[in-house]
Design a protein around this ligand. Structure first.
Ligand code: HEM
Length: 385
């Protein structure tokens, strides 16, 4: 009943009148002309007038036509897009070139995996530094202008290269430059981001879905300095920075879990020491430390930071914001209890971070390195689509 009343209202609406004038009237005209010709009937009807009866004429028929059109439009749209997707994927699979490209990325990733271990560097691995490089390259993204982010590897240029927040990352760029010499066919931005994904998996973390597609910019656009988070600040600042990139609270906390890795360097950030006792193993240890350790202000002449009772581990004021802010803390508690959930959420958020502002061909299958288990002789290291 309601539908009928509503239907009639639509039928009498100016939009449908236009629809009638455009589509129905010419059809009726054609049908009448055809009929009269066929049956030799007389034209006793003004051909410009819509008939009140007959196949094309009743309001119910118009109503059915409208309903059918409205039903078919989204279906048509869906089918069109599915077909386009299948065609794209089929194209990619058909191309032997694509297989060669994937093999190229595989070889580059194996090369990266091979240079991670370095006894001279910090705790024996370049992994944490590579993760920080990809994060800082991507973390300049501004969703308002769709500028910044990993695309273009703009950290090679001023002023980004000498942003104090990026101190120490020149070493990561140099090491990866050596890999790029062997794999000049991929962009440096693709190489930096792939290096972080390989490093995370090699350090026992989750597999990150990685898509190629970043370009090499010439330095005409370089994001301004000051877009990365400041370790001396709290929750409001963290939200300002990550909301600008398009992240929500849960994703921010998941990403911060990367502080299970690596350490602070007085000559780079002014801060000192690692966050966990296993800084080359990707785990949910950062969240456990945040909740289970008593953190007190470190007594020294450096910037304000917090230390555990042994004085060997540290937290930045920004790290403690994750347990001071109740909304953030909710996720810290969740991830401290469920490492599997943390791995899953981290992998998603990190993939998103690395793809901010990048026009990735989404229907192209991602390339993934490793299966998340620690390196060993029988581990399958590669899979794609
Ligand atoms: C609240 C936001 C964050 C702040 C304030 C922050 C701050 C810092 C600071 C001050 C350092 C020490 C740098 C040094 O002295 O060498 C550092 C290191 C590091 N950060 Fe963050 N960070 C944040 C978020 C992240 C995120 C989202 C990731 C990755 C997903 C990340 C990964 C790392 C890693 C792996 C290191 C260790 C680097 C190394 O060992 O050389 N951080 N961070």
């Amino acid at each position: 009943m309601f539908l009928k009343t509503f239907g009639r209202r639509i039928i009498n609406s100016p939009a449908l009148t236009r629809y009638n004038t455009l589509f129905t009237a010419p059809m009726v005209k054609f049908q009448r002309r055809f009929k009269s010709h066929d049956a030799g009937a007389n034209e006793d009807h003004n051909p410009h007038e819509l008939p009140s009866h007959g196949y094309y004429g009743t309001a119910e028929d118009d109503y059915m036509k409208l309903v059918l059109t409205l039903m078919l439009l989204p279906m048509g749209y869906y089918v069109f897009h599915q077909l386009q997707r299948f065609r794209d994927e089929a194209d990619i699979r058909k191309l032997p070139q694509h297989l060669k490209v994937v093999d190229y990325y595989k070889a580059a990733a194996d090369e990266i995996a091979g240079i991670l271990e370095d006894e001279e560097h910090d705790d024996g691995s370049l992994g944490p530094l590579f993760v920080r490089l990809a994060w800082h390259a991507s973390g300049t993204y501004d969703k308002g202008t769709n500028k910044g982010g990993s695309n273009g590897a703009t950290m090679r240029f001023e002023p980004e290269s000498s942003d104090p927040a990026n101190a120490g990352l020149d070493l990561a760029r140099e090491r990866l430059e050596e890999v790029h010499k062997k794999f000049p066919g991929m962009s440096k931005a693709d190489l930096w981001t792939l290096a972080a994904c390989v490093a995370i998996t090699e350090m026992g973390g989750p597999v990150i879905k990685w898509h190629p597609g970043r370009k090499e910019f010439d330095g005409t656009y370089v994001p301004p300095n000051g877009r990365l988070p400041d370790g001396s600040k709290g929750a409001d600042h963290i939200r300002d920075v990550f909301y600008r990139m398009g992240f929500k609270d849960q994703e921010i906390v998941a990403l911060a879990g990367a502080h299970a890795l690596g350490r602070c360097h007085p000559e780079r950030s002014g801060y000192k020491n690692p966050w966990t006792r296993a800084p080359t193993t990707f785990s949910n240890e950062y969240f456990k430390q945040l909740l289970e350790t008593k953190w007190t202000k470190k007594n020294w002449d450096g910037p304000t930071q917090f230390e555990d009772p042994t004085g060997e581990l540290m937290m930045l004021p920004a790290d403690l914001a994750f347990i001071e802010d109740p909304e953030f803390k909710k996720y810290v508690v969740r991830y401290s209890k469920d490492e599997e959930l943390f791995f899953k959420d981290f992998a998603k958020a990190f993939q998103k971070l690395l793809e901010l502002g990048v026009d990735i061909h989404k229907s192209a299958p991602p390339v993934t390195y490793g299966d998340g288990t620690p390196p060993g002789p029988n581990r399958p290291t590669w899979s794609y689509w």
